[in-house]
Design a protein around this ligand. Structure first.
Ligand SMILES: NC(=O)C1=CN([C@@H]2O[C@H](COP(=O)(O)OP(=O)(O)OC[C@H]3O[C@@H](n4cnc5c(N)ncnc54)[C@H](OP(=O)(O)O)[C@@H]3O)[C@@H](O)[C@H]2O)C=CC1
Ligand SMILES: O=C(O)C1=N[C@H](C(=O)O)C[C@H](O)C1
Length: 269
């Protein structure tokens, strides 16, 4: 029996679930002890490896998160906001670190996560990559330096299966820009322009979303002023960057006090 920390993964059959499984194994720093899928999923009750068409892994896919989380020191969860709200309570019950990668939360859903974090370490970020988290620091600094005669536009592109917009990353970047300017994103965000919109409001932080093909994730923050533009860009070409961040967060969280954290905390940026 290995003494590596035990990790459970929710949404195990999903794009990120599968990437997390491979990344966890490659890390050699933790072992899979639980695999969760939604009720009715075809893999339930099967050994995970066999369900995937390969050799047995010794972990049975379950729709009972408590059964999976009770064996784990950390849970990595890239599912949906609705599923994550339920998992947060169960991770708190199991006293397991809860790494939350899902995006598309409403402000009310984000507030509803907080009670669980009184009993568990909760680490949530709309993007777990080093590059994007560093970019949020750069965006904040640039927005601080430039006045609001520099228009800020966040442009993001993702694959055609993505269900939320603007992306979680775009919102992180917009929030960083708003913080740099000393304003709130809620009061200055502008998205979904169509038709006779009128001129752009001074100080607005605009969002545009592109969806197509297999784009992993691309984000530009454009600072535009008369006569010049400054563009900060991140391009993800492989989902492994998100999975590596999530595994790092899970291990980082194990000896931390209950509370809410993000990837800036994990990466020490
Ligand atoms: N923070 C970050 O760095 C990143 C965040 N993301 C976010 O992660 C989320 C998932 O992305 P992705 O992997 O591409 O999406 P997928 O749709 O490929 O995967 C989601 C998985 O969760 C499963 N699921 C849904 N509801 C439940 C439930 N109640 N219990 C257990 N499993 C459930 C789905 O099952 P089924 O398909 O059968 O419904 C599916 O297997 C998105 O919100 C995305 O924006 C993605 C990449 C990076
Ligand atoms: O759904 C995705 O794929 C991604 N989602 C995250 C987001 O909403 O920003 C992170 C990454 O860009 C991929």
């Amino acid at each position: 029996m290995s003494d590596l920390p035990g990790v459970a993964i929710t949404g195990i059959s999903g794009r990120m679930g599968q990437m997390l499984l491979a990344t966890l194994k490659a890390s050699g720093k933790a072992r899979l002890v639980g695999a969760v899928e939604r009720p009715g999923h075809g893999w339930l009750g099967q050994d995970l490896g066999e369900a995937m068409g390969g050799p047995a892994l010794g972990v049975t896919v379950t729709d009972d998160p408590l059964e999976a989380f009770a064996k784990a020191q950390a849970v990595i969860d890239f599912t949906t906001p609705a599923a994550t709200l339920g998992f947060a309570k169960i991770a708190a019950q199991a006293r397991a670190v809860h790494v939350i990668g899902a995006t598309g939360f409403t402000p009310e859903e984000i507030a509803a996560l907080e009670p669980a974090a009184r009993h568990s370490v909760q680490i949530r970020a709309g993007n777990m990559s080093l590059g994007v988290n560093l970019m949020t620091k750069l965006v904040k600094t640039v927005a601080e330096v430039l006045g609001d005669d520099w228009d800020i536009e966040v442009v993001e592109a993702h694959h055609n299966r993505k269900v939320d917009a603007p992306s979680g990353t775009a919102l992180m970047l917009g929030k960083a820009a708003a913080e740099g300017r000393g304003v709130t994103l809620e009061e200055h965000s502008e998205s979904g322009r169509h038709g006779i919109t009128g001129a752009r409001a001074q100080g607005a932080i605009g969002f545009s979303s592109i969806r197509g093909g297999d784009i992993v994730g691309e984000h530009d923050v454009i600072f535009a002023a008369p006569g010049e533009r400054l563009v900060l860009r991140h391009i993800a070409t492989d989902r492994v960057i998100f999975a590596r961040g999530a595994v790092r967060a899970a291990l980082w969280g194990i000896d931390k006090k209950p509370g809410q954290y993000d990837m800036i905390d994990v990466l020490g940026l």
